[in-house]
Design a protein around this ligand. Structure first.
Ligand SMILES: Cc1cc2nc3c(=O)[nH]c(=O)nc-3n(C[C@H](O)[C@H](O)[C@H](O)COP(=O)(O)OP(=O)(O)OC[C@H]3O[C@@H](n4cnc5c(N)ncnc54)[C@H](O)[C@@H]3O)c2cc1C
Length: 429
């Protein structure tokens, strides 16, 4: 990692300092440096998840002469997609963990650090390690944070480890797996789902299926309770309802309109009911991550970041592009890894053209496919295609495009695993 003090020098001095640090070696091919000509600009990307990693990669693949720095607080990328299979014991953490070397190999400067503040007027940001980074354009892809204040006692319950969310993959995924392994046969696992919108609409129902698949096999006297704040299943409704009835009858119970109000001593308090669970898995209400808020990018419902869809540039701060789950979505656009990857490509293409002083693509198109496992081997999918509508300045679904599985099947289970492998490579190299 470069010493932060190098990083906020004016551009020419910055390159000289980097060259000096390398003992006068040519900059061609070194981290963050342009290859094949003079630099057309410095882009800093914050967040190395699906959105940020993809943006950093495609800025280099398509831009060539863009200096790209990626700031990510974690050492490794841990994927939420497929993490429900880890919770069920059908995959391991190593299967969903990837490094950032693929990005380094194509010239992205990867800094393990945390961005603590953004000065949009001065076009620079501050790092937790103490330095500052200057940029010509900034891409912010920090994902989500939780609105724990909306559920009494939740912050303390999560802090104590008694309650887990498992909605950011990593230690929480493992903690949930361990709680399930330690649960007695005959115990109760309860998952609470917040009102939409939240990260990955089908994710909680997939998780319920994966936990039920594990318990059916290992602890068949147990029970899975799905406590949904929404009036109905939020994605692939008929397919999940069929899976609940076909595979988990008597084991899994789905309760709509069951919003979590409070957590006390491991008891989930709903509006009209208290639920005692051995393993309480709370998916908290969500908003754009803290950095989006502190950078002044949150301007929709005090919760999400608004963007100009043609470029993903913030509607609150010029020169800053926002991607992925932090964004207030266009109609029918899910908060998914696949969609964050697509946002990133729209942004990368636009940023390169803007740095070159060229016109941006007038009609970008993005698509999304979300696979969900309903047993350890059977999966279902839903797909959509979204085209930018210049008149309405937003993405709209293309009539007749996309679709949903007719029924869960093993072929789609294999395709779902291939999809994950492909998107990890596409985002990280
Ligand atoms: C259980 C589960 C299953 C899912 N399954 C699927 C699926 O099958 N298919 C699918 O497409 N999507 C799925 N998703 C959704 C998907 O994980 C998210 O939509 C996706 O991760 C969003 O990408 P992002 O880049 O916006 O955010 P993230 O991937 O969360 O990346 C944000 C990154 O920013 C970093 N960061 C934040 N703030 C800072 C800061 N200040 N400084 C430095 N770094 C920072 C974080 O450490 C993080 O690495 C699933 C989600 C869950 C929870």
């Amino acid at each position: 990692m470069s010493h932060p003090s190098e990083l906020w020098l004016p551009r020419r001095r910055h390159l000289l300092a980097a060259g000096a640090a390398l003992g006068g070696l040519s900059l061609a091919g070194c981290a963050g440096a342009p290859a094949g000509g003079p630099s057309i600009g410095r882009v800093v990307v914050v967040g190395g998840g699906f959105g940020g990693a993809t943006a950093a990669r495609y800025l280099r693949l398509w831009g060539g002469q863009v200096e790209v720095t990626l700031v990510e607080r974690n050492a490794e990328f841990v994927s939420c997609p497929i993490s429900n299979l880890v919770v069920g014991g059908f995959k391991q953490m190593a299967d969903i963990t990837r490094g950032y070397d693929g990005l380094r190999a194509i010239g992205v400067r990867v800094l393990r650090d945390e961005v603590t503040a953004v000065d949009a007027a001065a076009r620079k940001l501050r790092l937790a390690s103490g330095g500052e980074l200057a940029y010509d354009r900034l891409i912010v892809a920090p994902g989500i944070d939780f609105m724990t204040e909306q559920v009494g006692g939740l912050a303390a319950a999560l802090e104590s480890g008694r309650v887990v969310h498992g909605w950011k993959a990593g230690p929480q995924t493992l903690a949930l797996r361990r709680q399930l392994q330690d649960m007695r046969d005959g115990g109760v696992y309860a998952i609470t789902i917040p009102k939409s919108p939240y990260r990955c609409p089908p994710g909680p129902y997939e998780r319920a299926c994966m936990v039920a698949a594990y318990l059916k096999q290992a602890k068949p006297r147990s029970k899975v309770l799905v406590l949904d704040a929404n009036p109905e299943v939020q994605s692939k409704k008929a397919l999940f309802e069929r899976a609940f009835a076909q595979h988990y009858k008597g084991l899994l119970e789905y309760r709509p309109n069951s919003e979590l109000k409070e957590v006390a001593d491991g008891v989930a308090k709903l509006e009209f009911d208290d639920v005692q669970a051995d393993v309480l898995n709370v998916v908290p209400p969500q908003r754009a991550a803290d950095l989006a808020r502190s950078a002044g990018l949150v301007n929709v419902n005090n919760r999400w970041a608004g963007v100009h869809w043609q470029t993903m540039e913030s509607t609150a701060a010029p020169g800053i592009h926002v991607l992925g789950d932090a964004v207030f979505p266009a109609a029918l656009m899910p908060k998914s890894g696949h969609m964050a990857n697509q946002h990133a490509k729209v942004a990368a293409a636009a940023v390169i053209r803007l740095l070159r002083g060229e016109a941006v693509n007038p009609t970008p198109v993005v698509m999304n496919t979300c696979y969900s496992f309903v047993t350890a081997v059977d999966a279902v999918h839903v797909a959509t295609v979204h085209q930018y509508d210049a008149a309405e300045k937003t993405f709209k679904t293309v009539p007749g495009s996309g679709g949903v599985s007719a029924a869960a099947n093993q072929v789609e289970g294999k395709i779902a695993l291939s999809w994950a492998d492909n998107i990890w490579h596409d985002s990280l190299g």
